[in-house]
Design a protein. Structure first.
Length: 202
């Protein structure tokens, strides 16, 4: 889904779009983004923790809530084996129930240079198919090895757009599986009807 086409997306309560991507309730997503912004503001006012910890705690609830709504699984500190056979641990991952990653998330401190941190993480072998890097002020979505979208995290509409794009991503193997499943259902229905249809004598 192209970023410039986002405004034309029709939200649905059905579980999947025709292309296999997940559907969302626009009203629910807006509420979740507003809750995140209120939560991070509260944590910054009352907590003595570092900004990275505060951001990590607050932002983790956003993908977790969306994942739960879509019957996905959100896991924090999930170890990932890179193509270089090293192990890295992004702050969170959203998994399909077959344990295939749908997307990743990694938080940095506001004081960090986000561009340099992203470059450093990618050199280490962090996944680049669908990952959000953020520092509590700016969020950057990388999809298919290129920057897909970035926004200020205090902009509710832009943040909602970023999270929707993140959850709209479909891994090629998942798309193939769903396509095969779609074609298999009519065949299975026809076979079932053929088996249960009354037989007539010749």
């Amino acid at each position: 889904m192209d970023v410039k086409d986002f405004e034309r997306v029709e939200f649905s309560l059905s579980p999947l779009h025709a292309n296999g991507s997940l559907c969302f309730s626009a009203a629910m997503s807006r509420v979740q983004v507003q809750d995140y912004l209120a939560r991070i503001d509260q944590l910054r006012r009352v907590s003595d923790a570092s900004n990275e910890v505060i951001v990590s705690q607050a932002f983790a609830r956003l993908p977790e809530d969306w994942a739960n709504d879509q019957k996905l699984i959100f896991v924090q500190q999930h170890t990932f084996e890179t193509p270089q056979k090293t192990l890295v641990r992004p702050d969170g991952v959203v998994l399909h129930d077959i344990r295939v990653p749908m997307g990743w998330w990694d938080a940095k401190d506001t004081a960090d240079d986000l561009e340099k941190e992203i470059e450093k993480k990618l050199r280490k072998g962090y996944p680049q198919d669908n990952i959000v890097f953020e520092n509590g002020e700016t969020a950057v979505l990388v999809q298919n090895r290129a920057e897909a979208f970035r926004c200020e995290m205090t902009d509710p509409a832009a943040l909602e757009k970023l999270v929707t794009l993140f959850f709209g991503y479909v891994r090629p193997e998942i798309a193939e599986f769903r396509e095969a499943e779609t074609y298999a259902k009519p065949d299975a229905t026809r076979r079932s009807k053929a088996m249960t249809a009354p037989h007539t004598a010749d």
